[in-house]
Write a protein of this length. Structure first.
Length: 150
């Protein structure tokens, strides 16, 4: 079986870097790099819903809005604290990420939140990994529980 671990680790280092660049003031949002990280079609799932999306013009338009939403919440930084990779075959892998995030409430208090996401990746021969599915927890509930949603 192909060893895609080095490429997947580089992929998530870049993914994390893009997230943090987009959280800075002024934000640096690399829409092309974000869209390049996803397959042409992808699926997301959380405790509230399962949804699908096309990696097209609407997705490209939503990327800056999504980062703006995180900045409005007071998101300061997100870091992948651990990454576990399970090869599935020569072209697919499952990546479990444990994220740490830091937020600043409007009061000035800092809030730290840890969470896990699971990503399913397609790795075509000679190509970079692409996310074709991801599974997350109930982000809205966690943010609400920490007083970050108004």
């Amino acid at each position: 079986m192909q060893d895609h671990e080095p490429a997947i680790r580089r992929f998530f280092e870049a993914y994390q870097g893009r997230m943090n660049a987009a959280l800075q003031t002024p934000p640096v949002v690399d829409v092309s790099a974000v869209t390049a990280a996803f397959a042409r079609y992808f699926v997301g799932s959380n405790p509230r819903q399962v949804f699908g999306g096309r990696n097209g013009w609407l997705f490209r338009r939503m990327i800056p809005r999504g980062y703006r939403h995180y900045r409005r919440l007071g998101t300061q930084r997100m870091e992948i604290r651990s990454l576990s990779i399970t090869p599935l075959d020569d072209f697919h892998a499952l990546a479990r990420t444990h994220w740490w995030s830091s937020y600043r409430r409007k009061s000035g208090d800092t809030v730290e939140i840890e969470f896990d996401n699971i990503y399913l990746l397609h790795i075509a021969a000679g190509k970079e990994p692409k996310i074709f599915a991801y599974i997350t927890g109930d982000e809205q509930q966690v943010l609400s529980d920490h007083g970050l949603l108004e």
